[in-house]
Unconditional design. Structure first.
Length: 129
């Protein structure tokens, strides 16, 4: 086993342990961890199965296997950015809807308060201030 394979194995095992810790401490939700666990598995498979990257690069017509690895990393980053953009869009819509509901509830509350306890009006002829 080469030095780079050992490093890749160590990185994948340490990454898996870190992910488990983050999930256990509730700092990372399970739904987001799946993508990261998939990454750890891919790194582990490439570290153990040395010729896989070469076969994949030959299949897609890339001459240098490291270029295929960079292409896969770029596709992974694109997937993560797209995933988080979808989440951000959904959260933006939810925040807007919540703000609108809060404004309506605040308006209703003020209306009810005014009906129950109308503001005291001052007599314009009263000079006792």
């Amino acid at each position: 086993m080469s030095r780079i394979q050992i490093i890749a194995l160590a990185v994948s095992i340490l990454s898996a342990m870190l992910l488990f810790q983050l999930i256990r401490k509730k700092k990372l939700k399970e739904q987001y961890s799946l993508l990261w666990f998939l990454t750890v598995v891919v790194i582990f498979v490439f570290a153990v199965w040395e010729s896989l990257l070469t076969r994949i690069s030959e299949l897609i017509g890339i001459q240098i296997p490291s270029n295929a690895l960079f292409l896969m990393a770029l596709m992974f980053l694109f997937a993560i950015v797209l995933h988080f953009s979808l989440i951000a869009s959904r959260l933006t819509d939810q925040s807007k809807m919540l703000a609108q509901k809060l404004a309506l509830m605040d308006h209703e509350l003020r209306s009810v308060k005014e009906k129950v306890d109308p503001p005291a009006r001052q007599d314009p002829n009263d000079d006792s201030v």
